[in-house]
Design a protein around this ligand. Sequence first.
Ligand SMILES: NC(=O)c1ccc[n+]([C@@H]2O[C@H](COP(=O)([O-])OP(=O)(O)OC[C@H]3O[C@@H](n4cnc5c(N)ncnc54)[C@H](OP(=O)(O)O)[C@@H]3O)[C@@H](O)[C@H]2O)c1
Length: 327
Amino acid sequence: MRMLVLGGTGHGSGWIAAEGVARGHEVVCAARGRSGAVPPGARLVKVDRSVPDALAPLAGERFDAVVDVAYGALGWVREALRAVDAGHWTFVSSINTYADTATMHQTADAPQVPPVHDEQRVELTDTTPEHYGGIEVASEHAVRDAMGDRALIVRPGPISGPGDKTDRFAYWAGRFHRGGRVVVPDDPAQPIQHLDARDFAQWVVSSAEQRLTGAFDAVGPTLNFLDTLREIAEIVGQDNTEPIPLAPAELQTAGVNHWQGRKSLPLWLPESFYGLVSHDWSATRDAGLTIRPLAETVHSALAEELRRDERPRAAGLTDAEEAELLG
Ligand SMILES: NC(=O)c1ccc[n+]([C@@H]2O[C@H](COP(=O)([O-])OP(=O)(O)OC[C@H]3O[C@@H](n4cnc5c(N)ncnc54)[C@H](OP(=O)(O)O)[C@@H]3O)[C@@H](O)[C@H]2O)c1
């Protein structure tokens, strides 16, 4: 099939384009080319979606399947729907569209935040989760309105795997690899979910081939966070690792952040966000999503951590920050 990836140079969308090529499809990627190169075998059409009539270079082309990963960008989504002729349309939305962030085991028909009809692109760093989620909800509506029963809405939770620039997994793989006393959050109840970008891509492309429609959460099974950290430590395989659980209150008093970014314990969340990392994955599994063993995700994260050049790590504690906590 002829496939258009609106993106294709980044993490998730790059793996989608690569999967399309691997399955023998003709893959066209439309992006600026700033996030990276397109995978070998795909063709890049350089576009900047922030300018008017951005997709004019695609005028007159017909695609069997389109995958759009625009985020926080209702205007871009609408413009793509207007400009591109497609048989099937996958819009990659987000788990952040759900109104209830706390309740576990929700399904894709759970209530969403109200739509926000801001046309301009907003950066995730410049907005609130509700605002970002609202733009994603409005984008989902625009896709459904334009494509009707040819629309697939995909809502990923955290995406892991090779090329993940958030370093959420790389931090833990690298930290356990260095061994010694490792600060972990003392929260035995926290769930976690992730989906390796390679599994995500396989499912998105095979769903487009089958013209799957409806809304699905792109998540793996719900895991226990501390058990997952223990498993990562075992996979990494240092004998001298000693996890040191510290109480959430103590971590917060010391200024340690949740989830990602500087001075954080990556993937750690307060109870009010447990719902975002524990959606019910059974519908997506039944629609064909398969999950690779955690070891493959951890080995790729560790390989990237060990190859790390001058790029500072995007998440986690520095050695000095961890030593201060342990002291
Ligand atoms: N990563 C996660 O944990 C996560 C969680 C929930 C949902 N999601 C969703 O999953 C999808 C994939 O996420 P990702 O972070 O891996 O994204 P990604 O694949 O890195 O995709 C971003 C793409 O947008 C393109 N782009 C950015 N600005 C552009 C512009 N002005 N004009 C044209 N193209 C532009 C980038 O290309 P250039 O920079 O080369 O232009 C890149 O190819 C997104 O829809 C995201 O919302 C991700």
